[in-house]
Design a protein around this ligand. Structure first.
Ligand code: ARG
Length: 244
């Protein structure tokens, strides 16, 4: 009789623990990943799906960690506020880990090195460095590091755009003299548009990293371990070859 009571007690405790979700490691929680899918080849929309290097990398990381992810596409300058408001758990968006942003969020290890470049009309004279933008009308994308870089140069008339392709359209129509953008997306625009080129000016190195909110050390640690694994086992290199 005593044993039966004991057994019932254990069963009740067991049921109670499961009901409370106390199943330890097996619990799979969804991680919301913010991006801005207007940054090919890192992230862009294709048939309504977000694709690109970052998306493949994120997919590989999620498999490595064993998490389920959901991509949330939004305006680039809305990403950090969304992360701080806990509407998303992390960001992967070709985002440069700047000192300014580090005050608000934590960044993972670097997963890509990039730099700003200057795009002009094909027939325009070459611009050898960023100071050469002085006296010119320059398009930048709102909230991108290119915006910050150009605003530091005195005597430049900047025009801010919500998306890269709109700036490129204006450049092609001669409404602006140049567009400052990250190297890979710039190459992509030049490849897909007639009459524009990348000048020889090279901006400072920037490092792309994933952002996680300051109080989520746990997720950050897992991301960094996964990134190291993927760099070590050839997955990361395979993705580089696929996209660049
Ligand atoms: N690297 C630049 C920055 O951090 C531009 C990133 C834009 N990314 C995007 N998915 N739209 O500001």
């Amino acid at each position: 009789m005593k044993n039966t009571i004991k057994l019932i007690m254990v069963a009740i405790i067991g049921i109670f623990m499961v009901a409370c979700g106390n199943t330890g490691e097996e619990k799979v929680s969804k991680v919301y990943v913010g991006t801005n899918a207007e940054f090919a080849p890192f992230e862009y929309l294709e048939d309504g799906k977000t694709v690109g290097f970052d998306m493949d990398l994120m997919e590989a990381i999620s498999k490595e960690i064993g998490i389920e992810i959901e991509i949330k596409d939004m305006a680039f300058d809305g990403l950090l506020p969304a992360l701080q408001a806990k509407k998303i758990d992390m960001i992967i968006a070709g985002m440069t880990a700047t000192e300014e942003r580090k005050k608000a969020v934590n960044f993972s290890e670097t997963y890509y090195k990039a730099n700003q470049v200057i795009i002009t009309a094909e027939k325009a004279e070459d611009i050898a460095n960023f100071d050469g933008l002085k006296g010119k009308k320059v398009g930048v994308i709102l909230g991108f590091t290119g915006d910050v870089v150009v605003s530091k140069i005195k005597g430049v008339e900047t025009k801010k755009y919500n998306a890269g392709y709109v700036a490129i359209m204006d450049l092609k129509e001669g409404k602006i003299d140049a567009v400052v953008l990250d190297g890979e997306p710039a190459k992509n625009f030049v490849k897909n548009n007639e009459g524009i080129k990348i000048t020889s000016a090279e901006g400072e190195k920037e490092e792309y990293a994933m952002a996680v909110s300051k109080d989520n050390e746990e997720l950050l640690k897992k991301i960094n371990i996964a990134l190291t694994t993927l760099k070590g086992n050839g997955t990361y290199d395979k993705l580089l070859k696929k996209w660049f």
